[in-house]
Write a protein that binds this ligand. Structure first.
Ligand code: 13P
Ligand code: SF4
Length: 303
């Protein structure tokens, strides 16, 4: 880390104390951003941490829907997203109107919304899920058929693990879609002893090539606990810093080079500092949306 970064880090730590702030970072954030976070983790862990913290201010180093989730769970805290343009293209693939149309087409089916959705969409859904608990959430629903939004890949993976009928919505993660089966096969040819781990946002083709399928924190846990020494990691590249730091004696390979989420990388140390200096950008969610979306998130957390 450079001295400029050291200086930034010192100023962030000072202001963090002054503001009584907590910094949360998703596992795909830049290494230097993860390094200054009080907690790094997956969507589910961060939602829980956000709810449990006693801080007055949450600086969310992630994408917009994650900061909204933190606001829903901590409506009296100030939640800051250091770059308002850090959105999730998959979450933006379904609006509340599109969800209403989808529901009208398949009436009477409960809606399971992946946490990668706007607060409005969550408010219009019966229950949320993350990639870590999607199978459990779907299994817990007392209906033979559910609507799953917006990720058709996570939805297909869940469908392969449950006897419930799942109606898929055609959303997807552009970053995970750039990981192709042939990228995985190339890595397997180069590293024949490596274990393939995939995030369920990958295409069914890539998931089909995987030895294990897990959320970002699930991947971190799997790699730490495994006796294997080499891993081909099919998800966003940001996770590799943490995997390599936690497991210096193991090797991690990335399939292809296009698996970077540009939105996650919009958060920088400078923007975290500006967020704390100017208290930007506060995330606001209307009260009625908070109430309904919280019910959907609480349903998930209870499971
Ligand atoms: P996780 O819940 O596994 O961290 O995934 C969130 C996400 O946005 C993956 O693209
Ligand atoms: Fe959204 Fe995909 Fe980026 Fe995750 S990796 S935030 S799902 S675009």
């Amino acid at each position: 880390m450079t001295s400029t970064n050291d200086n930034l880090v010192d100023r962030i730590q000072d202001l963090k104390k002054q503001r009584n702030a907590v910094i949360l970072a998703h596992n795909y954030q830049l290494a230097e951003v993860q390094a200054i976070a009080d907690f790094a983790g997956d969507s589910l862990e961060l939602s829980r941490k956000a709810a449990a913290t006693a801080a007055d201010v949450i600086v969310f180093c992630g994408v917009h829907f994650m900061a909204e989730t933190a606001k829903i769970l901590s409506p009296h805290k100030t939640v800051l997203l250091p770059d308002l343009h850090a959105g999730c293209p998959m979450a933006n693939m379904i609006t509340v109107d599109q969800l209403r149309e989808f529901k009208a087409k398949y009436p009477g089916r409960p809606v399971v919304a992946y946490v990668n959705t706007s607060a409005d969409v969550k408010a219009e859904s019966d229950i949320c899920c993350t990639s870590a608990n999607a199978v459990k959430v779907v299994e817990s629903i007392d209906a033979p058929e559910v609507l799953f939004v917006p990720d058709k890949c996570l939805g297909s993976y869940v469908a392969s693990k449950t006897s419930k009928k799942i109606v898929l919505y055609p959303g997807y993660c552009p970053t995970h879609h750039r990981i192709l089966g042939r990228h995985v096969m190339e890595q397997k040819a180069e590293h024949p002893n490596a274990v393939v781990i995939a995030h369920p946002e990958c295409t069914p083709e890539v998931v089909g090539l995987a030895d294990a399928v897990a959320s970002t924190s699930g991947i971190i846990k799997y790699a730490a606990e495994s006796d294997q020494k080499e891993f081909i990691v099919c998800t966003e590249q940001g996770i590799l810093h943490r995997l390599r730091k936690d497991n210096p004696n193991k090797k991690f390979y990335s399939p292809g080079s296009l698996n970077v989420c540009p939105n996650m990388k919009k958060i920088t140390l400078e923007k975290v500092l500006w967020a704390l200096e100017d208290m930007v950008y506060p995330i606001e969610v209307p009260e009625d949306v908070i109430r309904k979306a919280k019910a959907a998130i609480d349903g998930m957390v209870a499971i």
